[in-house]
Design a protein around this ligand. Structure first.
Ligand code: NAD
Length: 252
């Protein structure tokens, strides 16, 4: 499938896990991908994995901290200088966890998780929408990675669940406000996906989760990337403000 030929995509958290799989998938579909990560080394490593199916495809790695407005603004200037067109696909996959039970949850852990997961998605959504509107040419697809945890909660993750529930509200509002510019905004809610983020989870817990998943296995980053490619493409042209669960049926 080459649904994204000549499109420019920005993917945050593109240096690892789900963001890396999304970068690969979007490049396979013909997009040029700007791989953004706090860790420039891992973003540069992702570049080696991207497809070059068309001569005009040009991938690049950028360092940015999505939780800082000045860093996002610098990123947008660097991308403008490099590509001269706005990204019409933006995926916010940068995210962190700092698990603590509510009774012990520190202000720092709460703030840092909210700042990366929720404020980061806000800053990227706003910056990309502004760039598209400023270009004078409508059309775009914003995809924010939430989590099923934002809907059902999870022990030790009050901060994370709050941030991910916030991402859904943010994205639905963005969908309403940006529809007049034909910018669609959707949230993808992964369930339990095997990535470096879930590496530290003990095998016993992994087995327990796998047993709870109707489709009978943990998710792969590719499972999430496939849905993002659909949402980025014109195949989803009448979908906006949606939250799509990619969970294998977990918590159904
Ligand atoms: P990961 O840890 O493998 O990758 C996250 C990436 O985000 C890392 O490369 C990291 O450097 C980058 N990052 C962190 N803070 C950043 C910042 N301030 N600015 C820019 N980049 C930053 O995690 P993952 O499992 O691939 O998760 C990707 C997204 O999917 C996250 O939003 C996560 O909450 C969400 N998610 C993951 C799962 C899962 O089971 N793995 C489930 C639901 C939702």
């Amino acid at each position: 499938l080459c649904r994204l030929k000549s499109m420019l995509a920005l993917v945050t958290g593109g240096g690892s896990g789900i963001g890396r799989a999304i970068s690969k998938r979007l490049s396979l579909e013909g997009a040029s991908v700007a791989v953004v990560d706090l860790d420039i080394g891992s973003a540069t490593d992702t570049l080696q994995l991207l497809s070059h199916n068309f001569p005009e495809q040009e991938h690049a790695a950028f360092a940015a901290d999505v939780s800082q407005a000045h860093s996002v603004s610098t990123l947008m200037k660097q991308m403008q200088a490099r590509y001269s067109i706005p990204p019409r696909i933006a995926v916010s996959s940068a995210g962190i966890t700092k698990d603590e039970f509510l009774l012990h949850l520190s202000e720092d852990s709460f703030d840092s998780v909210l700042n990366v997961n929720l404020k980061g998605s806000f800053l990227i959504t706003q910056a990309v929408a502004r760039a598209i509107v400023a270009s004078g040419q409508n059309g775009g697809s914003v995809i924010n990675i939430g989590s099923i945890v934002g809907k059902v909660g999870n022990l030790g993750q009050a901060n994370y669940a709050a941030s991910k529930a916030g991402v859904e509200g943010l994205t639905k509002t963005a969908a309403k406000e940006l529809a007049r510019y034909q910018i669609r905004c959707n949230t993808v809610l992964p369930g339990f996906i095997s990535t470096p983020m879930t590496d530290k989870v003990p095998q016993k817990v992994l087995d327990k989760f796998a047993g709870m998943i109707p489709l009978g296995r943990l998710g792969h980053p590719q499972d999430v990337a496939d849905v993002c490619a659909f949402l980025a493409s014109n195949d989803s042209k009448y979908i906006t403000g949606a939250s799509i669960e990619v969970t294998g049926g977990l918590f159904l």
